[in-house]
Design a protein around this ligand. Structure first.
Ligand SMILES: C[S@@+](CC[C@H](N)C(=O)[O-])C[C@H]1O[C@@H](n2cnc3c(N)ncnc32)[C@H](O)[C@@H]1O
Length: 297
């Protein structure tokens, strides 16, 4: 199982982690193992890497690349890191990286429903045993609830019309597919007289449903307010890559908690133009870095 995912802002991530020989580092979103593989090169023979991913399929991909005695792979959310460290008899770690959202490999898998054009059921869960697939959520949720999700997590300007269109077609017994949802959204935009302005008009709705189905923002908040402070050494580095403004705002807000964090970057780090040209997916990426400095330390 090879990976098509290109690790984003690799040089900036490695600089941000301030890696040294012998350190214990957590990659909380291992994905295809792109960042992890480079981390292994910089932590020496006595270093350790703990690579975590919520998606078992992604972890299997990472395992191929991280076939190394210093790497320990665990399936689960990064919010379970304290339990993972307890199991490994590790007290605290030197740095944690999270590269939020989904990977190009997950988009490429048509069975998962992450991409606009996939013809399989609209699932979008990172782990098949956690929560409900999106198609099932769409069968039971009321219109007001759906509109709120599209507004809150997608900032979708046609949230009301898209919700109404989804509710109107959901009597069909088969699970909705990503292609069907994309076509519904296109019809709403067309009726409103709005033509696509470059980025796919389904982006906001897909983002909102994925965030909701996986409770993504709750996991980020828990990581930065509770899990990471429970797992990092004092002075340990927390490096977060975000891909949209909701995530970035939340990370910024969490890093403002002066009793926990000292921000290492005043402004988020953005990709260099050469990287964006080479890997267009990096265009919306932002890195924020903080060190764990609990008050009184
Ligand atoms: C952008 S990709 C990471 C790519 C990786 N850095 C690389 O270089 O290959 C994000 C990964 O995070 C995983 N993920 C999302 N939410 C998670 C969570 N709460 N805990 C652990 N993994 C999560 C996804 O399954 C996906 O594999």
């Amino acid at each position: 199982m090879s990976t098509v995912h290109m690790p984003v802002m690799l040089r900036e991530v490695l600089d941000g982690l301030q890696l040294r020989s012998g350190q214990t580092i957590v990659d909380g979103t291992a994905g295809g193992g792109g960042h992890s593989a480079e981390i292994l090169k910089q932590i020496g023979e006595s270093g350790r890497l703990i690579a975590v991913d919520r998606d078992a399929t992604m972890l299997a991909r990472a395992a191929e690349r991280l076939n190394d005695h210093r790497a320990i792979l665990k399936r689960g959310s990064y919010i379970t890191l304290r339990d993972i460290l307890n199991e490994l008899s590790i007290d605290r770690v030197d740095a944690i990286l999270v590269d939020l959202g989904y990977s190009s490999d997950q988009i490429a898998d048509v069975e998962r429903g992450f991409s606009f054009s996939s013809s399989g059921p609209l699932d979008m869960r990172f782990h098949v045993e956690e929560g409900k697939p999106v198609w099932e959520i769409l069968k039971t949720i009321d219109q007001a609830g759906l509109e709120q999700i599209l507004t809150e997590y997608g900032e979708e300007r046609f949230a009301r019309q898209i919700s109404a269109a989804i509710i109107a077609v959901r009597k069909h017994p088969e699970p909705m597919t990503a292609v069907e949802l994309t076509s519904l959204i296109e019809q709403v935009y067309k009726q409103a007289g709005v033509h696509s302005s470059g980025s796919n008009i389904a982006t906001q709705t897909f983002q909102a449903l994925r965030i909701y189905a996986n409770s993504e923002l709750k996991h980020v908040e828990q990581l930065l307010t509770s899990t990471a402070p429970d797992c990092l050494k004092v002075g340990g580095r927390m490096v977060v890559i975000t891909f949209h403004s909701l995530e970035d705002r939340l990370v910024k807000q969490c890093f403002k908690k002066k009793q926990l964090w000292q921000e290492a970057t005043k402004k988020p780090i953005e990709p260099r133009p050469t990287e964006v040209r080479f890997n267009p997916r990096s265009r919306s990426a932002k890195i924020r870095i903080a060190t764990y400095q609990p008050s009184g330390s």
